[in-house]
Design a protein around this ligand. Sequence first.
Ligand code: ACO
Length: 324
Amino acid sequence: MTARIIGIGAYAPETIVTNEDLSKIVETSDEWIRSRTGIRERRISTQEGTSDLAAKAARKALANAGVRPEELDIIILGTSSPDCNYPSDACTVQAAIGAVNAVAFDISAACAGFIFALNIVQGFFAAGIYKTALIIGAETLSKVTDWSDRGTCVLFGDGAGAAVLQAAETGVIDMTMGSDGTKGSALACTSRTLGNFLTGTKPELGFMTMDGREVFSFAVRKIPESVEYLLEKTGTSREEIKYYVLHQANERIVEAAARRLKEPMSKFPMTIGKYGNTSTASIPLLLDDMVRQDMLKPGDKILLSGFGAGMTWGAVLMEWTLGA
Ligand code: ACO
C-alpha cells in the first residue's frame, strides 16, 4: 500500500504586501527583489494565526476529496511558525474541523515539512496502520520576521496548503529524506532558548536569521541530488516526469536546479511571484494552483522536492491520482 492524494486545498490571507510597500519600510526596491528572487508580492496575515490558515486549507482539501472530518485517521501539520508551543496546531485544527477520530501532531522540518509529512503518512499506510490522512503545511512567518532586516523581510509570506491522502495501490512511488544538523545556523529562529530558573530573566523572542548564500548553495546542490537519486533508484527517465514541484524559496534557486537537471523551465511551475516563500506551505499551495489551472491529469508523474532549515531536504516521486 502507498499514499495517493485524493484532495487538495489552499488558503492565503487577503492582505497583499507588494515590493513597493516594503520599499517604504526598508531600504530596498521592487527591481532588487524581483531580480534576486522573482517575488512581486506576498500575503501577510493580520488577524489569523497559523492554525486558522491551516483549518481553512484543510476544509477545502476535505471538500475537494469528498471526505468527512470524522473519517480522518491522522492529521500531520508541518510548520516552523506555530501559534504556540502547545497545544500543537494540528490539535487546534483537529478541534476546528471536528476530526474527532484522528490522532494529530505537528512536525518541525521547516520548508521540507510537507514532504516529511507525506512520507510519514506513506509509512503508516505501507504498514497498514492508517487509511485516511490529512497533511497540512501552514505558516505565519510574518510574526517571526524582523521587519527592519531587508535581507530577510522581503523573502517570506504567509499561507497554508493541505492534502487528503488515502491508502491505495498507486500514488507515491518512492521518496527520500535527509538532514544535516551541522548547518543549522544557516537559517534559524531562536526563541525562549535559555532557561530562566536561576537568572530570573524574561525569555526573549527571537527573529529569523539567515545566511542567504549558504542556503542558496545548499539548495542548488540538494535539489538535483535528491531528484537524481529518486530517478535512478526507480528507473524513471527525465522524459517521464511531467513537472518538478519544488519548494518556492527563490526563482533563481529553481532556475539553477533546472539547469543542473538539464530540464526546461516549462517543467518547473512557480507561485513564488505572488506568494513569496511560504516555507512548508509552498508545495501544497503550488499543487493547488496547478490543479486549479488543470495542469495535472491522472497518471502524470511528478517529482516534489523541498529543503529548509535544519538543514533538511526531501523528495517524493509520485503518480498523480486526483481526478481519477
Ligand atoms: N534590498 C536591497 N539590497 C539588499 C537587500 C534588499 N532587500 N537585501 C540585501 N541587500 C544588499 C546587501 O546588503 C548587499 O549589499 P552590499 O553589497 O552593499 O553589502 C547586497 O544586497 C548583496 O547582498 P547578498 O546577501 O550578497 O545578496 P544576494 O545576491 O546573495 O541575494 C538572497 C540575497 C536573495 C537572500 C540570496 O542569497 C538567496 O536567494 N539566498 C537563498 C536564500 C533563500 O532563498 N532563503 C529562503 C529561505 S530558505 C528556505 O526556504 C529553506
